[in-house]
Ligand binder design. Structure first.
Ligand code: SF4
Ligand code: SF4
Length: 178
């Protein structure tokens, strides 16, 4: 080896040249990162995000606490407690049985959508434009009914309350046909 090779100088300069070349190339390229959560990337049309428990066209909760979504869930992320609808609660719950509590553990969930597929009442959906926001505490990822049930329309003039989207209505129709 020559004296320069023994001092590793050629290898050091070669390495620095490659580093500088990539450094300046990256600086002139379009930024590929986003400042999440302040910024988010556009969602894919088939994105499956945060769950929502839907209401029917009269604003009543659709879920009848049958437990099929929990059985279908491969991550065992869903738990619920069923209750009997009382007299006078017909405007709150569509079926005679309803979910007193319904929880999804977003840390377990893999957003596969099997709960949505399994639901016979078109009650649970994964939203295409929302995901669970970052939190510091693990228990903040347990989503209960307070955060899952679709809010009642603030538009008091609408007696029909929450509407299904055309896609959801079609899915419900298909389920009713089978
Ligand atoms: S999306 Fe998949 S993993 Fe998440 S709760 Fe539903 S069935 Fe379970
Ligand atoms: S969300 Fe659907 S499948 Fe799950 S308990 Fe309610 S009605 Fe049953």
């Amino acid at each position: 080896m020559t004296l320069a090779e023994r001092a590793y100088l050629p290898a050091i300069f070669q390495g620095l040249t490659i580093t500088m070349r990539h450094f300046f190339r990256a600086a002139t390229k379009k930024q590929v990162t986003v400042r999440y959560p302040d910024e988010t990337r556009p969602f894919s049309p088939v994105f499956r995000g945060l769950h929502v428990l839907k209401r029917d066209e009269l604003g009543r909760e659709r879920c009848t606490a049958c437990g099929l979504c929990a059985v279908a869930c491969p991550a065992e992320a869903i738990t619920m407690v069923a209750g009997e609808r009382k007299k006078g609660e017909e405007n709150l719950y569509r079926e005679e049985k309803y979910a007193v509590s319904y929880e999804v553990n977003m840390l377990r969930c893999i957003f596969c959508g099997l709960c949505e597929e399994a639901c016979p009442k078109a009650a649970v959906y994964l939203q295409a434009d929302k995901m669970a926001p970052p939190r510091f505490e693990r228990d903040e990822f347990i989503y209960g009914k307070d955060r899952l049930v679709e809010p009642v329309s603030p538009d008091k003039r609408s007696k029909r309350g929450i509407q299904l989207t055309p896609e959801q209505a079609e899915k419900l129709r298909q389920k009713q046909l089978t």
